[in-house]
Design a protein around this ligand. Structure first.
Ligand SMILES: [Zn+2]
Length: 293
């Protein structure tokens, strides 16, 4: 019974398709008759225009693509040219960047173990706080920084500023004696001293561009100074006044000097901000920007 039902349904579908097929055939025949009635010239014209249109599309496509590839080729050549020019420029600027230490701007003067200061140089100094004086060109910056610290509730004072070569010699010898008294032999005492006090002529204090600043509550020149709010204020704000923390922690391989949270060096606001933000030493900064080794 079920099978019969299915069979009947299939027959009905078949018949439907036969009818549709017949209707389509009839239409096609009518269409062919219509075409036959069209003038052959007209037919040729229609076919020709179809061929032209298709051909045009194909040729247009191909030409467009080749134009595009020519365009991108040109672009690649242009970019390559630009890159080459840039590389040339960079190489040239690197060459000109090699500055002699003596030709650095005064605010970036480099003085360290490898670079003693010019022995004939004596800065013009101005008193800033009590007995202390600095290079006259930085006196305003020093005063502004100390006033700002005070306004923020900091209690600090200068412990050392400009030192003449004679004074540097005296400081070096005093520290040397202390180390010798502590039981070190001569060379050990000399080496220890050199790590915290520069040899005369090798100190930024001889330039008048450096300051040792300590908290009123703790005058010690050791790592503990860094724990005072004053030292922390200085590290955070020094760049605004053109100063840098000259001997940061873990950089003695570059600076030749131990971590000195009290020693601040003037380099000018612009350079100070770059140095303090990137955390590099003055040595690295001058190497990167001026090619100084
Ligand atoms: Zn110092």
């Amino acid at each position: 019974m079920l099978w019969n039902e299915d069979y009947r349904m299939n027959q009905e579908t078949k018949e439907k398709w036969v009818l549709i097929g017949q209707a389509l055939k009839k239409r096609f025949r009518r269409f062919r008759k219509k075409i036959k009635r069209i003038h052959p010239y007209k037919k040729a014209a229609v076919i020709a225009s179809i061929i032209t249109l298709a051909g045009g599309l194909i040729i247009g496509n191909v030409m467009g693509k080749s134009l595009e590839s020519k365009k991108s080729e040109k672009q690649i050549q242009k970019v390559t040219k630009e890159l080459k020019a840039e590389a040339k420029k960079a190489a040239a600027s690197k060459e000109t960047k090699k500055t002699d230490v003596k030709d650095l701007p005064w605010n970036l003067t480099l003085v360290n173990e490898q670079h003693p200061m010019d022995a004939a140089y004596t800065p013009e100094v101005t008193a800033v706080s009590g007995e202390y004086s600095v290079d006259s060109r930085i006196a305003d910056a020093v005063n502004q920084m100390l006033e700002a610290a005070k306004a923020d509730g900091m209690n600090m004072h200068i412990l050392s500023a400009y030192r003449t070569i004679e004074k540097q010699t005296q400081v070096f010898n005093d520290t040397m004696s202390t180390n010798l008294d502590g039981g070190e032999d001569y060379w050990a005492a000399y080496s220890t001293t050199k790590q915290s006090v520069a040899l005369p002529g090798y100190s930024e204090h001889n330039l008048g561009l450096a300051l040792d600043i300590v908290a009123d509550s703790y005058e010690g020149l050791d790592d503990q100074q860094a724990q005072t709010p004053e030292a922390q204020w200085l590290e955070k704000n020094c760049a605004d006044y053109g100063f840098i923390l000259r001997y940061p922690p873990d950089k003695s391989a570059e600076t030749g000097i131990i971590y000195e949270p009290w020693h601040y060096r003037y380099v000018g606001q612009e350079d100070a901000k770059k140095i303090m933000e990137s955390g590099v030493t003055l040595e690295t900064y001058l190497k990167e920007n001026y090619g100084i080794e």
